[in-house]
Design a protein around this ligand. Structure first.
Ligand code: DI6
Ligand code: FE
Length: 424
């Protein structure tokens, strides 16, 4: 006997090129895994404890936000005003503002304060059908504060039941106490911070900011070597503001992803293709920094490098709290098709996080999916500022949100998972 079955649904399985649509479908779940899906007329007679008739709603894999800096203290609204008066992001960073101003506020905040600030950001994503995401450290830049951030990420994971990957981004900026001594700071990361945080079980992945205002490729490589010694996968903020060759380095270390990529050239694209590194594009940062250099979408397509899309949610370059909005921006700004954009927040985002059992609707995969009050999947990228998410299923547990439109009708036939609902 199955635990639950959703009937009268339309599925975008994301299993092939394109949406992988199955209309008039059903999807059944047992022990947190998808055990059957297909045309409802082909459904075997297998009774389920719970049957939910969803009256023609669409079901997609749960959305995955594969690049966020969701935990931080303070605000950068003032810096936004400065930029509007003509200061550039780099200038503000060089004068000790930017990332370092968030570092100051994050060091001052208690763990509870950081948790309380981060929770509504996460809830906003959950409410939009996000079931898995990545959260980076990197606003501590000392062992204690990096630990505090990663503990908050762990607590968010444990208390919400979301699938959360914790990324150590100690090499995000140079802390003021190491001014003019970047190599010493890298030594601190490699010999102290990363091993200590790894030992405490707080790190899933390692990232760095390889940039003219960040770290050089040589410094980044030292961090990658340490990650490799500890058997931790790597990823990289690469070629966002300039071409430093970080992507080729990331590819040499078989990085899960290289992210941003506006200044990436063809050699870098080829290196990614060879290493199977995912290209994570961040339209929120492109938009908010008013970047005009487009990431090399055509080259990525030509070389079959899978493209993922994420919010880059952070206080400085992308205060973007909506992954659905990023779908729209990926289409309008980067000219992705709605189906490529949806693949970018499902199957390709799962690859970028090394989550082989998520991002597609397939038998054997985790029962993580989102239900939508839409008539066709392209609507997810087409509308902006509107959230048609009806509910989510996470590891088989069903939560229904408040009705997404005034004339919506269907309530689940039996009680949805009260615990999952409460956690929202
Ligand atoms: N690139 C980004 O987009 C964020 N970090 C990074 O390395 C921005 C972080 C910030 O400005 O606070
Ligand atoms: Fe980032």
């Amino acid at each position: 006997m199955w635990d639950s079955i959703w009937t009268n649904a339309n599925l975008a399985t994301m299993t092939e090129d394109g949406y992988g649509i199955i209309e008039q479908a059903a999807i059944a779940v047992q022990n947190g895994k998808i055990v059957w899906l297909g045309k409802q007329s082909d459904c075997p007679e297998n009774p389920a404890k719970n049957t939910y008739d969803v009256a023609g709603k669409w079901i997609t894999p749960g959305l995955i936000d594969c690049h966020t800096h969701l935990i931080w203290g303070g605000s950068r609204a003032r810096e936004f005003e400065q930029r509007l008066q003509g200061a550039s992001y780099e200038e503000i960073a060089k004068e000790g503002g930017g990332i370092l101003s968030t570092v100051k506020a994050t060091r001052q905040a208690t763990e509870d304060e950081l948790y309380e600030a981060a929770r509504p950001r996460l809830q906003n994503l959950m409410r939009e059908g996000v079931t898995a995401l990545e959260i980076k450290s990197g606003y501590g830049l000392d062992t204690d504060t990096e630990e505090k951030m990663l503990r908050v990420a762990t607590r968010l994971r444990d208390e919400t039941g979301m699938s959360i990957q914790r990324t150590f981004l100690g090499a995000h900026a140079l802390p003021p106490d190491y001014k003019d001594k970047p190599d010493d700071y890298i030594t601190l990361i490699c010999e102290d911070m990363l091993p200590a945080l790894h030992k405490k079980g707080l790190v899933d992945t390692v990232d760095a900011f390889c940039e003219n205002i960040g770290f050089t490729t040589a410094q980044t490589e030292r961090v990658f070597q340490k990650a490799q010694d500890l058997n931790l996968p790597v990823k990289l903020h690469a070629e966002q503001l300039s071409n430093q060759g970080g992507t080729a380095l990331a590819a040499r270390y078989k990085a899960l992803s290289a992210d941003h990529l506006e200044y990436l050239d063809e050699d870098g694209v080829k290196a990614m293709a060879e290493s199977g590194t995912i290209a994570v594009l961040l339209p929120g940062a492109f938009y908010f920094l008013r970047e005009t250099k487009m990431p090399p979408i055509d080259l990525l397509r030509q070389h079959n490098v899978p493209i993922a899309i994420a919010t880059d949610l952070n206080p400085g370059s992308s205060p973007a709290h909506s992954l659905l909005l990023m779908l729209n921006m990926a289409c309008t700004l980067f000219r992705l098709t709605p189906e490529d954009a949806l693949a970018g927040v499902t199957k390709n985002a799962a690859k970028a996080l090394g989550l082989p059992d998520r991002g597609q609707l397939k038998e054997g995969m985790a029962a993580d999916f989102a239900l939508w009050d839409i008539k066709e999947p392209a609507e997810l990228a087409y509308r902006f500022g509107f959230n048609p998410c009806y509910g989510v299923v996470r590891d088989g547990a069903y939560s229904v949100f408040a009705q997404s439109s005034m004339d919506s009708h269907t309530e689940p036939s039996t009680g949805c998972n009260a615990e999952a609902r409460a956690s929202l």
